[in-house]
Each structure stands twice: as structure tokens, then as C-alpha cells.
Design a protein around this ligand. Structure first.
Ligand code: SAM
Length: 352
């Protein structure tokens, strides 16, 4: 299936402007992909052919400008969005990011702004982010071995990332949340090391199922491990004690690896235990498309609305329509079983 752009259907003006879908889910969480550029070339994110050469990138004018993004966020907040995540690509490579974040923090009723980063630039940005009022950072790290880091990401930046993690902890982002995509034959032999880290430090390690996103990325059915399988492997190390979820845990199910563990481990299972019935998310891709489901290629073209001079009401309408078109659930498990079909959008443009 190729990315389809939803034409914006007419909505009766008597319908109230709220971000509620046809299945009674209320959308309160917006994820912004600020850029498709990244300082890493992770094998699961960048198509194989682009890892050795320059990945095709959006032109600057294809990205939404900060002014456009701020306009969208203000309208989204007026419709009930209360949580925002900045992602990408790598959000910290976008020029003048701190200026943008400062503007975001001034938006009334938006008190929860988070960021997902690969950590490469965190040593420089951790303090300014903390000073700006960002409360939570997720850092993606799939291996604790420097040589393997280079193989997975295409760059020899492990030490830089580790320094960034330390800087973020020192800046008060504690506990640090690490996101780890588990891939059979690539990093699954490190599960025990990550679990040990959660026992010895207060870090939270969140194991994420490898998702089939991005045509011609290195998605491989054989590399996919379900959370149940990951949990079984970890269970061999000892008891997994369920802990109640905090508000910040999102769709993760959380555990402690033994009574004395200082940190926690979480499992995010978008494929095997999909959480679509609780999904409260809307995504804005770096080229300005609203995407109501990570694993469904249908999108609503918000950039055109903005650039043809759309009013606040037009933006509201596009947001409401995108939410109304949110599918009941993704069909990825069935699609994989039947045809092994991949979702086409590029992860760096969607933002994860
Ligand atoms: N550059 C930032 C980073 O690395 O965290 C933000 C963008 S990245 C696309 C967001 C998250 O998506 C990362 O945690 C990454 O590991 C995850 N991700 C990317 N491709 C994935 C895939 N095929 N399956 C599961 N997670 C994936």
C-alpha cells in the first residue's frame, strides 16, 4: 500500500470540535517529527542502500517552519492536546531548536513537553533542555557495546551518547528512560546486560518490539522478537515483579527484575499486544502530514492547509478530521502473517 493522502472530508459545523475518534478514543498526545535529518543511520530506520551514501532528505521548505509548527500546536492544544513529544529524525539537529522549545513552553495549557533523542548531542543540550522546562527525555540505545553501536547506527558515537546520558542524569532527567529495539541476531544477546543495568542503576530500560516500518529498511521477520519471547528470556535470570504504571509509562508494561532492583524494565509491544484500543496519539510528520496511526499509511495533508493560507478553523478541521479517520487498530500482525507486508512511511519522517 502506498501512502494515501486523505482529502479533508466535510464535517458538519454542528459537530463539536474535539479530538475524539469514531471509537470513542480521545486524542490528547501529539508527536511532532521536527526533521527527517539524523546524525545516525540506524539499520532499521534508513533503507539499506542509503546507509552508505547520503540519505535523501526533505528540502528545508518541505519541512514545516517553526512558525507553522507553533501555529499547529496552539490550535491542537485548544482542542485538548496536553502532551507533546518532539522527535524526528533527530530533533536536536534542527537549527535553533532551543528557540523553538522556548516558544513552545510559553503556550498556555501545554505543560508536558518531552523529547526522544539518540543522545548524540545531549552533552550539549541536556542543561538547556532542563532549563527550558522539559521534564522527560527518552534516549534510544540498542547496544552497550561500542563496536556494535557503530554497526547498528553507522557511526562511532557510543562514547558521545554515553556522555550525553550522564549529562542528562546530572541535569536532573532522572530516571533516564532508555528505549531499546530488540532484534534477534543483532542485539538480543545483550538482554541480560540491559536487565543488569536496570538492577544496578535507576535507569528504566524499555524493550520495544521491532516494527516493520519503512520500505526497504532492514526489517526482517526473523529478527522480530515478541515481548513474550523477550520476557521469557529475561525471566531465566530471575523473577520479574510487576510494578504499577506511572502516568509517564505510556503503553509500556513495567517490571522490576528482582526485589533489590533499583531501576525498572518495560515492554512495549505494538505488534504482539497492540494497544490500539487505548491509543491517544496523533503524529505530525516532518513534511506536515497528520498521521493518526503509526502503522497505517493513510495521512492528512496539513501542510497544504497551512500554505494555502488556511485559517485557525481550517487547521482545527484538519486535526479533527485526521482523528476521525483514526483506524480502529492496525493490522500489522495479520499483514505480516499473510504477506509479510511492510508499512511504507519512512520512520525518520514519521518520528516513531
Ligand atoms: N532520533 C531520535 C531517536 O533516535 O530516538 C528520534 C527518532 S527515532 C525514529 C524514534 C524511535 O523509533 C527510536 O527509539 C527508535 O529506536 C525507534 N524505531 C525506529 N525504527 C524502529 C522500528 N523499525 N521498530 C521499532 N522501533 C523503531
Amino acid at each position: 500500500m502506498h501512502a494515501r493522502k486523505n482529502s479533508v472530508p466535510h464535517v458538519d459545523p454542528s459537530d463539536s470540535m474535539e479530538l475524539k475518534d469514531l471509537f470513542s478514543r480521545t486524542v490528547s498526545y501529539l508527536r511532532l517529527s521536527l526533521t527527517d535529518r539524523c546524525n545516525l543511520k540506524c539499520l532499521y530506520c534508513v533503507p539499506e542502500k542509503d546507509r552508505s551514501e547520503c540519505s535523501p532528505r526533505l528540502d528545508h521548505n518541505e519541512l514545516l517552519s517553526y512558525e507553522e509548527l507553533l501555529r499547529v500546536v496552539r490550535v491542537a492544544v485548544s482542542l485538548g492536546i496536553s502532551k507533546l513529544r518532539l522527535t524526528g529524525g533527530e530533533p536536536l539537529v534542527r537549527r535553533d531548536i532551543m528557540h523553538f522549545i522556548d516558544q513552545l513552553t510559553k503556550i498556555d495549557n501545554l505543560n508536558d513537553i518531552r523529547i526522544t533523542t539518540n543522545g548524540v548531542l545531549l552533552e550539549k543540550f541536556a542543561d538547556p533542555l532542563a532549563a527550558a522546562g522539559i521534564k522527560k527525555i527518552n534516549i534510544s540505545l540498542d547496544t552497550l557495546k561500542p563496536e556494535r553501536f557503530e554497526r547498528i547506527t553507522g557511526k562511532d558515537y557510543f562514547t558521545q551518547v554515553w556522555k550525553g546520558i550522564e549529562r542528562a542524569e546530572a541535569a536532573g532527567f532522572s530516571p533516564i528512560k532508555l528505549n531499546t529495539v530488540v532484534m534477534r541476531g543483532i542485539n538480543d544477546d545483550e538482554l541480560e546486560d540491559f536487565v543488569r543495568m536496570s538492577q544496578e542503576t535507576i535507569m528504566q530500560i524499555r524493550f520495544i518490539e521491532f516494527m516493520p516500518i519503512g520500505s526497504s529498511s532492514s526489517w526482517d521477520k526473523k529478527a522480530y522478537m515478541s515481548s513474550d519471547e523477550i520476557m521469557e528470556r529475561i525471566g531465566e535470570m530471575g523473577e520479574l515483579i510487576p510494578v504499577s504504571k506511572g502516568k509517564a509509562d505510556g503503553p509500556a508494561t513495567m517490571f522490576r527484575a528482582g526485589q533489590g532492583a533499583k531501576g525498572r524494565i518495560g515492554f512495549i509491544s505494538p505488534i504482539s499486544h497492540r494497544f490500539c484500543d487505548r491509543c491517544n496519539r496523533l503524529r505530525l510528520t516532518s513534511e506536515g502530514m497528520l498521521r493518526s496511526c503509526l502503522l497505517d499509511d493513510r495521512e492528512t495533508d496539513l501542510r497544504s492547509v497551512l500554505r494555502r493560507g488556511g485559517s485557525e478553523q481550517d487547521i482545527q478541521q484538519a486535526l479533527v478530521d485526521a482523528v476521525r479517520n483514526k483506524p480502529k487498530g492496525h493490522q500489522m500482525e495479520e499483514r505480516l502473517k499473510n504477506q509479510g507486508e511492510n508499512c511504507h512511511g519512512r520512520m525518520s519522517r514519521i518520528g516513531g
